[in-house]
Design a binder for this molecule. Structure first.
Ligand code: NOJ
Ligand code: NOJ
Length: 485
């Protein structure tokens, strides 16, 4: 297995790049074999798919609702969250395997039911209108106290339906799309128009973040809002609505400008939340801004033609570095040498555990989000393998290359060997998840920071969705990058 190591040792030049990953992947390659991991991901994919189906087709819900989890207490997740539903449906629809196990016809029926359910929610007199984060699974309004509004919902929901509208247009179903999804922005009647209008009118306002705790402005929310407007603009143009195209692009550009406020020039990473007021679940966690939601944002909105924040953007690299270092230090389970990779949580200092809030834990969707990120990074570096060292990314580069002799202005090249090691790094996160998943393949929301046992909501739809998306990007890489020699 370490044949390449000896080759590397003699080559000198490559030595540094192998050591690059020494700390994280030290002896980890020996802990998991590519073939085993691949076989496991294939089996797990099928399980994830059917577990999501169970949560969509649940007999105790209104048709079309997507349960966050079947758990009814500690925590009660027996609800339809607009965000979770949109993300889950997107990964479900985009899974390359979906039609292998489920007919195209059934898939369309399922999306049709989700569409009707979301249309029903849009009409409900909810406390914060379209910004309402969650609804009861029977399709009624949830009126108790909650962190609301959460303005990422309409953006994520419209992104799903824009994708679907484009697929329908490809199949010549323009009439249906115009009548049900997008007629003209001036109307504000159909589902997508209503969501996009909401985004146009509300993105400047503060709201709660995706973790439902902080009231303010959020990188995750703003980025999804921008992407929704850009995708909406393209759809409008495709349907001949040039006015809407112009208007939406202009607004999206303003959101792009606002994203730069999230760059901390002092600390050199992307800050997730710009606070207005914090919901004090854990006052010690306040103000830090290191948050895996930044990585989830980039994964979810990845577009190789968008140059705003590439995966190899210096700010992104430094944020990833910061996240890894924070959770390496915070979770005892990350100090065990017999488990590959790292367990990643929402943000350092989190205490939410689904019940008593004694201490926060690593999350499946966050750990898988890191894997997905590295698969994307490799894809990007395959096209252009250079990164220029600057004062923001230099710590990441030094760490990953385990080299002190990198100077600002140097061009660092990621050749095949380095790309392989980055792929191994991504795989180490998947292997970490494999370690914590139950024998029957089930995934809850979290795994304990001390014992590694699963915690909080069981069968979390979003955990399975995060698995499907990560594996999709793993499969997009050529086999040669998975060779471990
Ligand atoms: C439930 C939310 O879903 C979770 O994200 C949050 O941490 C807790 N409430 C505490 O506010
Ligand atoms: C808590 C998470 O913080 C939030 O993002 C999610 O929407 C809900 N759980 C439901 O899964």
């Amino acid at each position: 297995m370490f044949k390449s190591l000896s080759r590397v040792l003699f080559s000198g030049i490559l030595l540094s790049s192998w050591l690059a990953f020494a700390e994280d992947i030290k002896c980890q390659a020996s802990l998991f074999l590519t073939a085993d991991l691949t076989a496991w991901t294939e089996a797990e994919e099928r399980i994830a798919f059917s577990r999501i189906l169970d949560n969509i087709d649940h007999e105790e819900t209104m048709e079309g609702a997507v349960l966050a989890s079947p758990s009814k207490n500690d925590p009660n997740y027996f609800f339809h969250w607009v965000r979770d539903a949109a993300l889950v449906m997107k990964s479900f629809l985009s899974s390359d395997q979906a039609t292998r196990w489920y007919s195209q016809f059934k898939l369309e029926k399922l999306i049709g039911r989700y569409f009707l359910f979301e249309g029903h929610l849009q009409d409900l007199p909810a406390p914060t209108g379209l910004g309402e984060p969650k609804f009861r699974a029977d399709g009624s309004v949830f009126e108790e106290d909650w962190g609301r509004p959460q303005n990422d919902g309409p953006a994520l929901r419209s992104l799903f339906f824009i994708k679907w509208a484009n697929r329908l247009l490809d199949k010549g179903k323009e009439k249906w799309v115009r009548e049900n999804l997008f007629s003209t922005m001036a109307n504000q009647k159909t589902l997508i128009e209503r969501d996009l209008w909401f985004v146009v009118q509300n993105w400047v306002h503060a709201g709660f973040d995706l973790w439902e705790e902080k009231n303010g402005h959020h990188f995750f929310t703003r980025y999804a809002q921008r992407r929704a407007l850009l995708e909406g603009a393209k759809l409008a143009r495709r349907l001949g609505d040039e006015d809407a195209f112009q208007r939406l692009v202009k607004e999206a550009n303003s959101i792009a400008d606002s994203l730069h406020h999230h760059l901390s020039h002092k600390d050199k990473y992307i800050i997730s939340n710009l606070p207005v007021h914090y919901f004090p679940l854990n006052p010690h966690a306040l103000g830090h801004g290191v948050d895996v939601s930044v990585v989830l944002t980039l994964n979810q909105n990845y577009d190789p033609d968008d140059s705003l924040f590439k995966m190899k953007n210096s700010w992104v690299l430094s944020t990833v570095h910061k996240i890894e270092e924070s959770f390496r230090a915070e979770y005892p389970i990350n100090r065990r040498e017999d488990i590959p990779g790292l367990g990643i949580g929402r943000y350092p200092g989190d205490v939410f555990d689904g019940a008593k809030n004694e201490y926060g834990n690593p999350w499946f969707l966050a750990t898988l989000g890191m894997a997905e990120y590295y698969y994307y990074l490799v894809q990007e570096l395959q096209i252009d393998n250079r990164i220029i060292a600057d004062d923001v990314n230099i710590d990441f580069l030094k760490k990953i290359l385990n080299r002190d002799t990198i100077y600002i202005g140097d061009t660092v090249y990621f050749d095949k060997e380095e790309l392989r090691l980055l792929t191994l790094k991504a795989d180490s996160y998947v292997a970490r998840v494999k370690f914590h998943v139950d024998e029957d393949g089930s995934m809850s929301e979290q795994f304990d920071r001390y014992t590694g046992y699963q915690r909080s909501a069981r069968h979390l739809s979003w955990s399975y969705a995060a698995f499907l998306s990560a594996i999709k990007q793993r499969r997009a890489l050529p086999a040669v990058l998975f060779e471990r020699h």
